[in-house]
Ligand binder design. Structure first.
Ligand code: B12
Ligand code: SF4
Length: 593
């Protein structure tokens, strides 16, 4: 029997862990099982044609919030050309409202509810038997599904118990590793979450189950040895079991070979000894933590049953940040119960104060099966009927407020999360605007008013647009801000930039004078810079100069701001770990310092 397991990933870079489990579980009985991954950007007709060509006896799709619409398009058309083909759906998006999906979409034959490994195996056996005997498949006997009886009425079989021993599922990463080249690999060490956050699907399952450490280590080693670049652990709260987490951290520290590992952790329960261990031993750039903060409003957290100690979370995030070894990505959700615009502004500022490398601002989605969706009326929620079920407002947050917050998100992504101008932003956020949120809000509003959200941008545009906003806002000390913008622009590029976006570029004669001064300073330059400053030709090929209004070099080293007419000289090329070397000289042609 030929079986096709398929899904539409959010982007090409992603891969489906669920399908790999299903395949490894069913393959001993069904060697002719094929796994086919598409993306949601593929054209429906191409997918239908590709699936048709494979001539499957059964096809099954893995369904999530990001692909349900496109999957149903494929399913509808596939059924038209292959009315005999049994179509099975599974995954979190169809698990919690199977009745709704079955009734609305007659082309679906079966929906698998919850964990899929044992269920798909039994289903395939039922179809195999049906094929052999010419009888209809005995779906009623397969636990954990919704199906149609002979009259076409939607029925539910007995619920399926969870798999107790996760090690009984063969590894999804035993072979076929070439399929994962250039992809993010998702990895599970455990299933389930002990917490009950009411907006999250992981709150519904009970208990946490673990794969054995031997199994986890063997799988990780195989992936590392294969050269996988990024492994993302999908464990809901990786650090829930301290001993288990520590052993995996230690194993990865000993064996990482440059692979990057991402974890979702709960920062306020990360124990002090684990934290000390990580900040001392983690190799820089190898681990990355995702930390859901969502809200710092106590009443909101109480309403969604989220237990969180923000003071502890802050201490953890700060200690990790100070170690400089692990990048942190913090998440917020706008639109949670009783969090109005002002409360969200506070949440944002509380979290921004920790200066995470990345801050992601999401909007509440009313996922099928969650508590917030069941009690949506209590807080006056209105939301999209179709996936992704994003809210359009509630009793304390209007649609207009949400649009305002989206404008914050837009510039936050472009400016903070992209780290294009860290020095400039830090200055603006600490010296110029009342709070970080206010900066992102007013800049986001300006961006929208200028119509920039409808057009693309190049790197220089990010600078000229910020400058235009700052001029419009009449901020004080613009010359210093402009100096930092020039510095950020020049220091972040691997190659000597061709385009300069400011007006006061140096004249040729000025540049020659600066060259003379830099040359005299050879002793305090990085050695490759000093070497290239030896001849004028090399020097001009490898440097770029800009006028600045204070001695940025001294300011970075000592925090002292000495104002005057200075020239900043950036040296290219960029050196990994060290970036671009630079020096500042005084424009009256005596050397700064
Ligand atoms: C990886 C991931 C992503 C990736 C997508 C990867 C991809 N392939 O394209 C990215 C980062 C893009 C992503 C984004 C989002 N995600 Co996400 N994501 C996950 C995550 C962390 C892992 C999924 C996974 O592999 N799990 C492990 C597998 C083994 O478990 P499983 O998927 O549940 O599969 C089992 C069963 O469901 C079943 N099963 C699954 N498929 C099938 C198919 C068949 C045929 C059968 C029989 C059974 C079956 O069997 C499997 C094995 O037992 C989960 C959380 C989690 N830990 O599961 C959230 C999760 C899937 N995401 C979720 C959400 C809400 C989002 C976002 C909307 C978040 C946001 N930004 O607001 C976005 C959507 C983006 C968009 N474009 O719209 C929700 C799911 C909502 C839903 N109904 O689908 C989850 C569950 C998080 C949560 N706890 O609430 N996500
Ligand atoms: S949000 Fe995180 S901690 Fe809360 S239930 Fe979901 S996975 Fe668990």
């Amino acid at each position: 029997m030929k079986i096709v397991l398929s899904t539409l990933n959010a982007k090409f870079i992603h891969s489906s862990l669920a399908l790999r489990y299903l395949r490894s579980y069913a393959r001993p009985s069904f060697p002719q099982i094929e796994l086919v991954e598409y993306t949601i950007n593929d054209v429906t007709m191409n997918l239908v044609a590709d699936l048709y060509k494979r001539e499957p006896d059964v096809v099954a799709f893995s369904c999530y919030i990001w692909n349900i619409r496109e999957t149903l398009d494929v399913v509808r058309n596939l059924k038209k050309v292959r009315p005999d083909l049994p179509i099975i759906l599974g995954g979190p998006e169809v698990t919690y409202d199977a009745d709704h999906w079955m009734k609305k979409h007659p082309e679906i034959d079966v929906i698998v509810i919850g964990e899929g490994e044992q269920t798909i195996l039994e289903l395939l056996q039922a179809y195999q038997k049906a094929k052999e005997t010419g009888q209809p498949p005995a779906l009623r006997d397969v636990n954990g599904i919704a199906y149609r009886d002979e009259e076409g009425i939607v029925r539910f079989s007995m619920p399926r118990a969870q798999i107790e021993d996760l090690d009984s599922i063969p590894s999804p990463y035993e072979d076929d590793l070439d399929e994962l080249n250039n992809r993010v690999v998702y990895f599970e060490a455990s299933r389930g979450c002990p917490f009950k956050c009411q907006y999250c699907l992981s709150s519904i399952e009970d208990g946490v189950r673990y794969f054995s450490l031997e199994r986890v280590k063997a799988d990780l080693l195989r992936l590392i040895n294969h050269g996988v670049k990024t492994i993302k652990f999908v464990d809901r709260t990786f650090n829930i079991n301290k001993k288990y987490a520590l052993e995996i951290f230690q194993f990865l520290i000993d064996n990482h070979r440059g692979t990057v590992f991402q974890f979702e952790i709960t920062a306020d329960i990360l124990r002090a000894d684990v934290l000390d261990f990580l900040t001392e031993n983690a190799p820089p750039g190898i681990f990355r933590f995702e930390i859901g903060v969502q809200s710092t409003n106590d009443e909101t957290n109480r309403l969604v049953q989220r237990i969180q100690r923000f003071d502890r979370l802050s201490r953890t995030v700060t200690q990790i940040k100070e170690s400089g070894k692990i990048d942190q990505h913090l998440d917020l959700i706008a639109g949670l119960p009783e969090e109005d615009y002002h409360s969200f502004r506070k949440t944002f500022n509380d979290v921004f104060a920790l200066r995470p490398e990345e801050l992601q601002l999401g909007f509440l989605k009313m996922l099928r099966g969650t508590g917030v969706r069941a009690r949506a009326a209590d807080h006056g929620y209105v939301y999209m009927d179709e996936a992704p079920y994003e809210i359009l407002g509630n009793n304390v947050l209007s649609f207009a407020d949400m649009q305002k917050i989206k404008r914050v998100e837009d510039v936050l992504e472009k400016y903070w999360n992209d780290h294009r101008m860290d020095y400039t932003l830090e200055w603006l956020l600490t010296h110029v605007f009342e709070t970080p949120f206010d900066f992102f809000q007013s800049f986001g509003d300006y961006w929208e008013n200028q119509g920039w959200s409808r057009i693309g941008h190049q790197l220089e545009d990010l600078f000229t647009r910020l400058l235009s906003f700052l001029e419009f806002s009449g901020v004080e000390g613009l010359e210093h801000i402009l100096s930092l913008m020039k510095f950020d622009y020049l220091r972040n590029q691997k190659h000597r930039p061709r385009k300069l976006w400011w007006d006061d570029v140096l004249e040729k004669q000025e540049m020659q004078q600066v060259y003379g001064l830099v040359q005299q300073q050879a002793g305090r330059l990085r050695h490759d810079f000093a070497e290239h400053a030896a001849t004028q030709k090399d020097y001009f090929k490898h440097t770029l100069s800009a006028k600045v209004s204070f001695d940025i070099e001294k300011w970075i080293k000592t925090g002292e701001r000495i104002e005057g007419s200075y020239i900043l000289v950036l040296y290219y090329p960029y050196k990994d770990e060290q970036g671009n070397a630079f020096v500042v000289v005084e424009q009256d042609m005596s050397v700064a310092h």
